[in-house]
Design a protein around this ligand. Sequence first.
Ligand code: UDP
Ligand code: MG
Length: 316
Amino acid sequence: MDRTLRLLSVVAPVYDEDALVEAFHARVCGALEGIPFELILVDDGSSDRTPELLTQIAARDPRVRVITLSRNFGHQTALTAGLDHARGDAVAMIDADLQDPPELIPQMLEHWRTGTDVVYAVRRRRDGETRFKLTTARWFYRLFSTLAEVELEPDSGDFRLLDRAPLDALLSMRERNRFLRGMTVWVGYTQTAVPYERDARHAGETKYTLRKMLTFSLDAISSFSHRPLQLATLVGFLCAAFAFVLIPAVIALRIAGSYLPGFGTITIAVLLLGGIQLMAIGLIGEYVGRIYDEVKRRPLYLVRTRLNEPGEPPGV
Ligand code: UDP
Ligand code: MG
């Protein structure tokens, strides 16, 4: 196993972060002094001054490559675009908002040198997040671990360092609903955790609205679990079983001469069953919609421009 580092790729998605891209670039350069690296910044369709600042940084620093997507494709897709372009023997994915300290990367590299293929950072503490975000994140990780087929460490985010082999495996997975942290676990290889303290955002605001978080959670669970679909079957069986038990009971009561005026009961039963059926259909719809997205086989993202590109652009 050859673990000499010829090049490290650091990949960060950037979306409307003009308040902090300069600071991020400076922190990364400071943290990685003496390490041969390229910094791939993916502009995920920013509409503020980010593109301008990125162009300036790229003009100043030839190690910085800027990939501009044609519109906003979302965090996970932007990250994928960056990973597609990475040329390093090892690749670090990191958020551009300085919540993940770039100073941790040399430590992750040490694990890589001693033979670990996937090094993931686990948040020991999270500063500057709302209580709402912390609680919903905890719920999400709990739900994910009961439903999903991969063992995702709670509180591990997308801050990870991958060797070329698991990275290539990851990149061969071209599904559209991407939950990258789950996918990096799914590929296997050897994995190690590195604890860290997650800082508050350096500047700006979170780009994850409640709606994006919900979609993201649904993407995560649906791409790693069929349990919700099986749940619909289970509830169906339970309801049917209940009805079958009731049929002889009703007949027996009729014969015994006791007549139940059951209008209320029937209404409730109809509504309840209708509700369960609609929920089950909705649940199936979530999966069918995702299947539809997959079969369309559209490209995951479109690149508008590339700065400081070495050689040929890779295929998408
Ligand atoms: N981001 C992106 N596209 C998006 C949303 C976010 O590229 O549609 C980037 C963002 O600029 C940041 C990273 O993804 O570098 C993480 O986003 P954010 O900090 O808003 O998420 P949070 O840390 O609040 O979960
Ligand atoms: Mg953040």
